[in-house]
Design a protein around this ligand. Structure first.
Ligand code: PGA
Ligand code: ZN
Length: 399
C-alpha cells in the first residue's frame, strides 16, 4: 500500500522547474520519477501546468486518493486514481506533469516491492526478447535551436547493430563524425536542446552531412546505419502562408508530400516522424500509401499517445507507427493502452524522450518492457545518456 507521496520541484535539462515524485510503500518500497517537458508540443497533448501549480493541485486532489488507498504495484488503480482526482480529459486540473511523475514513481515503487527491475515489472513474464534500436538525434533545429535546420531532427538509426550497446556507441560515433565534418566545412556549431548539432545550414546541406557521416561510421563499424527524420511539420505549417514554411520557400500540402516521398527514396530513410501537420490525417494517408511499405511513417503530434486519435489514424491508414511519450497523455496506463492498440494493428511503436529531460530513465524500461521497435532518446548529453546507459545495463542484466 502507498503510504506517502512527496512532490518537489527539480531542474530539467533546459533549466526549467519540473515535477519530481517519490512514492513510498508500507513494505518499504520506494520509487522516484520526474516529468519531462516538450518544446514542440502537439496541440492535442495533455496539459503541463507550471510545476508549483501542478504540485499544489496534486497534493490537494491526487495524494489523498492514493495514500493508504492503492497498491503501488497495481498500476491501473494508481492511474485510475490520478484520472479520478483530476476529473478532466487532459489533466488540466493536476497537470500531466504531476500525473506522469506519480504514475512512473508508483511503477518504480511497485518494482522495488517485488525486487524486480522496472522493465520486468512493466513487461511481465511474457515480455519479448528484442531490444529497441536507439534513434540518435545528430543534427537539428526547428523549435530546438534557432538559426539551424528547418527539419527538427536528423536521426541516426543503427539498424544493423549486433547489440544495444553497439547501437548506442554507433550513434555517438555518428554525432562525433558530424562534428568533424562541420569543422572541415568551416561550420562551427553549438547544440540544440537535445544535444544534436545545430549548425547554420540549410536542410539540403544537413542531408549531405548526415548521409556522409552514417556511411563513414557504418563502414568503420561494419554494420548498417541508416537515418531518419522528425520533421515536426506542425511547427512549420502556416495556413495563412499556404503551407509548410521553409527557410527559402513555402511548400503546399501536395508539394510537402512529394518532397518527403523524394527524401525517402533518395536517402533510403528508415523513419519519418510528423512529416505533415497534426490536423491533416488525409495528407498522412496519402504519404503512407506512397512510401509506407519502405519506411516508418510515425505520428507524434498527430497521435499524442492518445488512443482515440490513434483509432482515427488506424481507420484511415494515416501512418504505420506511433511515438509514445507518457507525459503527452499523463499516465503509464494510457501509454500502455496506446501501445497495445498500436501493436494489435501492426503499428510500430517508438518510445521517446522530450526535448526537456531529467536523469529519469523510465522510458528505457518502458521501451524494453513493451518491445518497442525504436527508442528515441538522443545521442549524447547527461539527460540523454541516462536512458542510453540504462538500456545498456538492462541488456547486460537480461543476458
Ligand atoms: P519536444 O520535441 O519534446 O520538444 O516536443 C520532441 C519531438 O517532437 O519528438
Ligand atoms: Zn516529434
Amino acid at each position: 500500500l502507498i503510504t506517502d507521496i512527496r512532490l518537489r520541484r527539480v531542474l530539467d535539462s533546459r533549466g526549467n522547474p519540473t515535477v519530481e515524485a517519490d512514492v513510498l510503500t508500507e513494505s518499504g518500497g520506494f520509487g522516484r520519477a520526474a516529468a519531462p517537458s516538450g518544446a514542440s508540443t502537439g496541440e492535442f497533448e495533455a496539459i503541463e501546468l507550471p510545476a508549483n501549480e501542478a504540485i499544489a493541485a496534486a497534493r490537494e486532489h491526487a495524494v489523498p486518493r492514493l495514500v493508504g488507498e492503492v497498491y503501488a504495484g497495481d498500476q491501473r488503480s494508481v492511474d485510475a486514481a490520478l484520472r479520478a482526482a483530476d476529473g478532466t480529459e487532459d489533466f488540466s486540473e493536476i497537470g500531466a506533469n504531476s500525473a506522469v511523475a506519480i504514475s512512473m514513481a508508483a511503477a518504480k515503487a511497485g518494482a522495488d516491492v517485488l525486487g524486480a527491475p522496472l522493465f520486468q515489472h512493466l513487461g511481465g513474464a511474457f515480455r519479448g526478447e528484442n531490444f529497441p534500436i536507439p534513434l540518435g538525434n545528430v543534427i537539428g533545429g526547428g523549435e530546438h535551436a534557432a538559426d539551424a535546420t528547418d527539419i527538427q531532427e536528423f536521426l541516426s538509426a543503427p539498424v544493423g547493430a549486433p547489440s544495444v550497446a553497439d547501437a548506442v556507441f554507433a550513434n555517438a560515433a555518428v554525432h562525433q563524425e558530424i562534428h568533424d565534418i562541420l569543422l572541415e566545412r568551416d561550420l562551427p556549431s553549438g547544440k540544440g536542446d537535445e544535444g544534436a548539432w545545430a549548425p547554420s545550414v540549410d536542410d539540403t546541406e544537413a542531408f549531405e552531412i548526415v548521409d556522409e557521416a552514417v556511411s563513414t561510421v557504418s563502414e568503420e563499424l561494419g554494420f548498417e546505419i541508416k537515418f531518419g527524420l522528425d520533421v515536426a511539420a506542425a511547427e512549420m505549417y502556416d495556413e495563412d502562408e499556404g503551407g509548410y514554411v521553409y527557410d527559402d520557400q513555402v511548400r503546399d500540402t501536395d508539394e510537402q508530400i512529394e518532397y518527403i516521398a523524394e527524401l525517402v527514396e533518395e536517402y533510403d530513410l528508415v523513419y519519418v516522424e510528423d512529416p505533415l501537420d497534426e490536423n491533416d490525417f488525409d495528407a498522412f494517408t496519402e504519404l503512407t500509401e506512397q512510401v509506407g511499405d519502405q519506411t516508418l511513417i510515425c505520428g507524434d503530434d498527430l497521435f499524442v499517445t492518445n488512443v482515440e486519435r490513434l483509432e482515427d489514424g488506424i481507420e484511415q491508414d494515416a501512418a504505420n507507427s506511433i511515438l509514445i511519450k507518457p507525459n503527452q497523455i499523463g499516465t503509464l496506463t494510457d501509454a500502455f493502452d496506446a501501445i497495445e492498440l498500436a501493436t494489435r494493428n501492426e503499428y510500430g511503436t517508438i518510445v521517446s524522450h522530450r526535448s526537456g529531460e531529467t536523469e529519469d530513465a523510465t522510458i528505457a524500461h518502458l521501451a524494453v518492457a513493451t518491445d518497442a521497435e525504436f527508442i528515441k532518446t538522443g545521442a549524447v548529453g547527461g539527460e540523454r545518456t541516462a536512458k542510453l546507459n540504462e538500456l545498456i545495463r538492462i541488456a547486460d542484466d537480461a543476458a
